[in-house]
Design a protein around this ligand. Structure first.
Ligand SMILES: [Zn+2]
Length: 172
């Protein structure tokens, strides 16, 4: 299913563990870009929804595309910065862009984890293209187990981040 928010569960855990070295926004952007091909295929009524972009190797150009698009986005935000309201989140985003290294790592983790999760879930996916058509990860966890795992990750990540924010506030 394109654009499932479940992919963000592992992202929230990564954010809670890596802090400012990881960008959840870049990770989420990678999820959206990854599901462009399935969305087009669904729209066209194609029998195979997950095509070549849902493989570890061919997800790399999509990571590069996401990296570039996000860089462009921050560039535009930089131009708009003087016109953005002082305390707004968009201005905060413009002032504190993630470093290129953080951006790159986050989109790579986003695209590769996307292939891993989807290959467990969808029979039509061939994660090792173009070398193999097999998908050994399919059905490793049931859909319920996978959903539960992603939700637990999301809750765990959120709890750790809230706890850290609370501790920071108490310190100040
Ligand atoms: Zn997908």
């Amino acid at each position: 299913m394109p654009f499932t928010p479940l992919h963000l569960g592992p992202g929230l855990v990564l954010k809670s563990a890596l802090g400012r070295h990881f960008s959840l926004l870049c990770f989420a952007g990678a999820q959206v870009v990854m599901d462009i091909e399935p969305l087009i295929r669904l729209w066209q009524g194609d029998g195979q929804v997950h095509g070549m972009t849902h493989s570890y190797l061919l997800a790399l150009p999509l990571a590069a595309l996401t990296y570039w698009l996000l860089g462009l986005g921050w560039h535009l935000l930089g131009w708009l910065q003087p016109y953005l309201s002082g305390g707004g989140w968009l201005r905060q985003l413009a002032i504190n862009p993630p470093s290129p290294c953080c951006r790159l790592c986050s989109v790579l983790l986003g695209t590769q984890s996307h292939v891993l999760l989807d290959s467990n879930m969808h029979a039509d996916l061939q994660p090792w293209r173009p070398f193999s058509e097999h998908n050994a990860a399919y059905g490793w966890l049931s859909i319920d187990e996978l959903t539960f795992g992603c939700l637990v990750c999301a809750l765990l990540g959120l709890m750790i981040m809230l706890l850290r924010a609370y501790q920071r506030r108490r310190h100040h």
